[in-house]
Design a protein. Structure first.
Length: 169
């Protein structure tokens, strides 16, 4: 044996064969992060259903607010007409004096400050209701009977646009 020669001192012996251990439990499932395509489809379908309900609700809200704006305009015009009639002693079926060359009640109300320009334009049919109905005055120069409106909306009969009880206006 020389000085630089390697000696292998490992013991090589025959070892018994290693037994493999078996496990009766199911194999481990690796969990992936995120959503599967099916889960994503269900989420999108649910969101679309909620958005469609929102749109239906908002349309109903818009119709209700348009109806309310129309009723308020009709009521304001009716209250102004009745106030003018009572203040100056006119009876229903009567006509106002021809102030400024006209007997149109809406012109009198606007000239004396009872109504604003928008209501004056509505009474002349120049401005539509919020729901795109048209306003009209059947007889613009005669005070209406009690329980009858001075100004009407074309949608009053179609869409329950006017409350049933408006006699106190």
């Amino acid at each position: 044996m020389t000085l630089f020669q390697k000696v292998d001192y490992r013991v090589t012996s025959i070892s018994p064969p290693q037994l493999q251990m078996t496990n009766n439990s199911p194999p481990r499932v690796v969990m992936h992060r995120g959503l599967s395509l099916l889960e994503l489809t269900v989420v999108i379908a649910t969101l679309l259903a909620l958005v469609s309900v929102l749109f239906v609700g908002s349309r109903a809200w818009k119709r209700g607010s348009d109806r309310t704006c129309c009723i308020i305009s009709l009521r304001n015009m009716q209250v102004a007409t009745r106030s003018y009639q009572n203040l100056y002693g006119y009876h229903y079926g009567g006509r106002p004096y021809a102030d400024n060359g006209t007997q149109n009640i809406a012109d009198h109300l606007y000239a004396k400050g009872y109504i604003e320009k928008t209501h004056h334009d509505q009474s002349r049919g120049q401005k539509n209701c919020q729901a795109n109905g048209t306003y009209s005055c059947p007889v613009p120069d005669i005070f209406p009977e009690e329980g009858k409106l001075y100004m009407e909306c074309s949608l009053s009969a179609l869409e329950n646009h006017l409350p049933a009880a408006h006699g106190g206006w």
